[in-house]
Design a protein around this ligand. Structure first.
Ligand code: ADP
Length: 404
């Protein structure tokens, strides 16, 4: 197959991110972002090939269709349009694949219907993903379109990790169980961590800490996910930028009965006004750290709550795995915040975990070890690359379907 490029599309509720990945050499000939779709302050930023200057447009973008058309026009202006012969497929990030999608799939009407059926468990994400897919299909009907699911990597979780201890009939009727998210990142980072250790993924047990605006942990045994911190939705687990992570479910009844809040108000509270933001007014870890260093007590508490939760999950996943070979930090906070890494691992020498300050402090873009030389458990910083992983999975699938 001579076509080696994949257009990766990530259609969020109000944004579309796109990236062209060349699987021949891993290069990114072009990329861009359309933000604030449907608002008057929409913005398109396009990064053209070979380091040319970024192009920005502030024209209003009414909907996902207009956003993708604008992106396709930018790509076409660089000779990289959807009709280019080098383009092998479009790879779509789809947030919720339920239990059915354990691997990437070629999109057809039946697949679209199933993604639609999952809307009740992913009301914010799947509709936006569907809009992106339908528009891309209309713009390039002959190009294979592949869906890569955020949940797929976690479908290997054993039943005892995936089930909530609630009435089975109710859970089954409404598909209430733990699905997990950020799977593309956990898959990529766990594999890259094994590479960093120079060992096959099948022999390595890794705890991946994906700490971005959203945050999740996973326990990966021999390349297979056995536990992850997000659940039915991305709200469960770690403290995040604006999400609470774990709370006693009775907090919801309490706020409803005592504060008279509606379900939607509590949903917004826990998803958008909690986490670091709720605790100290800032959701960006850089700002939280700046305030901690200036002696701000609220920021200190927010940082400590964040790190305490992380440490609890680290300990729990050591127990889940029994033997841990590596802990990998990734995403915006995990890759960039030395204080978070030092604090999360601090005091866990008894579990074989430690961070060497001289290795932890310096910034760096490549996968690297930050544990002391000879440590029993490797602690690593491994930058994630979800677009590359989506492109890799998409390309593998279309090459299989269309060999030669
Ligand atoms: P998303 O979940 O939106 O993909 P990212 O993985 O890009 O997020 O992470 C974004 C977050 O990373 C920011 O909100 C910020 O808190 C954090 N971050 C980025 N750079 C730094 C840094 N140098 N130090 C600490 N935190 C950082």
């Amino acid at each position: 197959m001579t076509a080696t490029r994949v257009l990766v599309l990530n259609s969020g509720s109000s944004s579309v991110k796109y990236q062209l990945v060349d699987m021949a050499d891993g290069s990114r000939p072009a990329a861009g972002l359309v933000e604030r779709i449907g608002e008057r302050t929409s913005r398109l930023v396009h990064r053209p090939p070979a380091g040319g200057p970024e192009r920005t447009s502030d024209a209003p973008v009414a909907d996902h269709e207009a956003a993708l058309k604008a992106a396709a026009a930018e790509l076409a202006a660089d000779g990289l349009g959807l009709g280019a012969p080098e383009l092998a497929a479009v790879g779509h990030r789809v947030v919720h694949g339920g239990l059915r999608f354990t691997e990437p799939v070629l999109i057809d009407d039946e697949v679209l219907a199933e993604i639609e059926r999952l809307v009740p468990v992913a009301p914010l994400h799947n509709p936006a993903n569907l809009r992106g897919i339908r528009t891309a299909q209309a713009l390039s009907p002959r190009l294979p379109q592949v869906a890569v699911f955020d949940t797929a990597f976690h479908t290997t979780m054993p039943e005892h990790a995936a089930r909530y201890a609630i009435d089975t009939a109710t859970a089954d009727a409404h598909r209430v169980r733990r699905y997990g998210f950020h799977g593309t990142s956990h898959a990529y980072v766990s594999r890259r961590t094994a590479e960093l250790l120079g060992r096959p993924p099948s022999e390595v047990n890794v705890i991946v800490l994906h700490l971005g605006n959203g945050a999740s942990a996973s326990a990966v045994r021999g390349g297979v996910c056995v536990e992850t911190s997000m659940g039915l939705t991305p709200l469960e687990g770690l403290v995040m930028g604006t999400r609470s992570g774990d709370v006693d479910p009775a907090v919801v009844f309490h706020l409803s009965r005592v504060a008279g809040m509606s379900v939607d108000e509590i949903d917004t509270l826990l998803n958008k006004r909690s986490g670091l933001l709720g605790l100290c007014g800032d959701n960006d870890m850089r700002e939280v750290r700046r305030r901690v260093d200036a002696g701000d007590a609220d920021a200190r508490l927010a940082f400590d709550v964040y790190v305490h939760r992380l440490k609890k999950y680290l300990g729990a996943y050591c127990a889940v795995l029994g033997r841990v070979d590596a802990v990998a930090f990734t995403a915006g906070v995990g890759e960039n915040s030395a204080p978070v890494r030092a604090a999360a691992v601090g005091g866990l020498e008894g579990l074989g975990l430690a961070v060497d300050p001289e290795r932890n402090e310096p910034p760096g873009g490549e996968p690297r070890l930050i544990s002391p030389p000879g440590a029993r458990v490797a602690v690593a910083v491994v930058p994630t690359d979800e677009e590359l992983e989506i492109a890799r999975q998409t390309y593998a699938l279309v090459s299989e379907e269309n060999p030669g």
